[in-house]
Design a protein around this ligand. Structure first.
Ligand SMILES: Nc1ncnc2c1ncn2[C@@H]1O[C@H](COP(=O)(O)OP(=O)(O)OP(=O)(O)O)[C@@H](O)[C@H]1O
Length: 369
């Protein structure tokens, strides 16, 4: 594993690839469709990738296949340019130079922190036996790295959930793997701890130059901490791109819906612009497309709300509101349009009537066919 200074010095040259998947397909016996279907991807050294998607789309199966707990029927995987499965090779998990952090921490309750962290170092497989002194040094370094120096003799039940997850991370990092796999690592934690720990895990991985892949079904989490996000649907990767690109240029209506929870309105192109139930939207505000009709995506922040009297034309009613601190999130209702979501700093009360217009944005509105 490279040092932090090595990592920061290599921003101008492309970093080496640590992981490659080539058309990997895994189908469980009881299933009629593959859990992961022809998945290909590359991960560079130090890169943090999020696997994002709805329940059952294959995120965990993909992670488990990379770790070596599942064997794919088709395709192959290389770690550091060495095949680890497929093409006649099957390396067990302990020989893949991969650290794993589970959702439920999976710590040994009868072992204290340092023994939990050392455990993996003592069981690296017969190909990597380490002397005791080195095991102690590596374990201590990993514990310090995750901010738990002084907690070495505590038992898991004497730690908070966030601290237990730090121990799990220390255990994964102690053998200094080039890749760390994290399966929904923050989902058992309180919101505050979760927000804090996710940034910290990112900076710890970046600090040691390890690559990471984490599974999440939380869009904000994926966009907040990953360098790239793979949005999965029914076993396939539907889009693999930076968080900005996923948000600004979603490849499909499914991604736009899942990631940004946008509104979609039927739209028809006419000479004057795109006709929608909310009025005419200027063609210049919409990304160029050959389509003449489709669903116009309107993100929650792209709706402008103006208070009006109930008898005005095209009135929507505020039927729910959430105060988010800097802004409000409103649910609007219209008898024929149904429900729309909008975010704005403007304050309205439940029951207020508003008219909605569309705000331009720098990256353009999108129409999906
Ligand atoms: N051991 C198994 N045996 C049979 N089918 C399985 C097994 N594990 C997962 N599956 C199926 O494979 C598909 C993908 O499951 P997977 O757990 O990878 O999805 P996921 O995206 O991680 O879902 P979640 O977010 O709910 O954890 C699902 O249809 C699931 O029912």
């Amino acid at each position: 594993m490279p040092t932090a200074s090595q990592v920061s010095n290599v921003t101008t040259t492309p970093l080496p690839t640590v992981l490659e998947l080539h058309n990997v397909t895994k189908q469980y016996q009881q299933q009629t469709v593959p859990a992961i279907n022809q998945v290909s991807l590359q991960l560079r050294q130090g890169e943090l990738l999020a696997l994002l998607g709805p329940s059952g789309c294959g995120k965990t199966t993909l992670l488990r296949t990379i770790a070596g707990f599942e064997n794919p029927e088709k395709g192959w995987i290389e770690l550091a340019k060495q095949p680890v499965c497929g093409q006649g090779t099957t390396l067990p998990p302990e020989r893949r130079d991969v650290g794993i952090v589970f959702q439920d921490y999976a710590l040994f309750p009868h072992l204290c922190v340092i023994d939990n962290v050392s455990f993996g170092l003592k069981h690296l497989g017969r190909h990597r036996r380490l002397p005791n002194a080195q095991i102690q040094t590596l374990a201590q370094e990993a514990i310090s790295l995750v901010g738990l120096a002084g907690f070495e003799r505590r038992y898991p039940h004497e730690l908070s959930g966030g601290q237990q997850q730090r121990v799990a991370l220390a255990r994964a990092l102690a053998p200094r793997p080039s890749l760390v796999l994290l399966d929904e690592p923050f989902s058992n934690l309180d919101v505050q701890v979760r927000l804090y720990l996710r940034q910290e895990v990112r900076s710890i991985l970046k600090g040691v130059g390890a690559s990471g892949i984490f599974v999440t079904h939380d869009q904000q989490e994926a966009l907040a901490i990953a360098d790239r996000v793979a949005v999965m649907r029914a076993g396939r990767i539907e889009q693999l791109a930076s968080p900005e690109e996923i948000y600004e240029q979603p490849a499909s209506q499914f991604i736009a819906d899942f990631v940004t929870q946008a509104n979609f309105l039927k739209a028809q192109r006419s000479a004057g612009g795109w006709k929608t139930a909310l009025g005419l939207v200027d063609t210049a505000m919409v990304n160029p497309t050959d389509a003449t009709q489709g669903m116009l995506m309107l993100r929650q922040e792209e709706l402008y709300l103006k208070a009006v009297e109930t008898d005005a034309e095209m009135v929507l009613v505020i039927c729910d509101r959430e105060f988010l601190g800097r802004e409000y999130k409103y649910t609007l209702n219209h008898p024929s349009l149904g429900k729309l979501k909008a975010r704005t700093p403007i304050r309205f009360a439940t029951g207020d009537t508003v008219q909605v217009s569309v705000k331009p944005n720098p990256y353009g509105l999108r129409v999906f066919v």
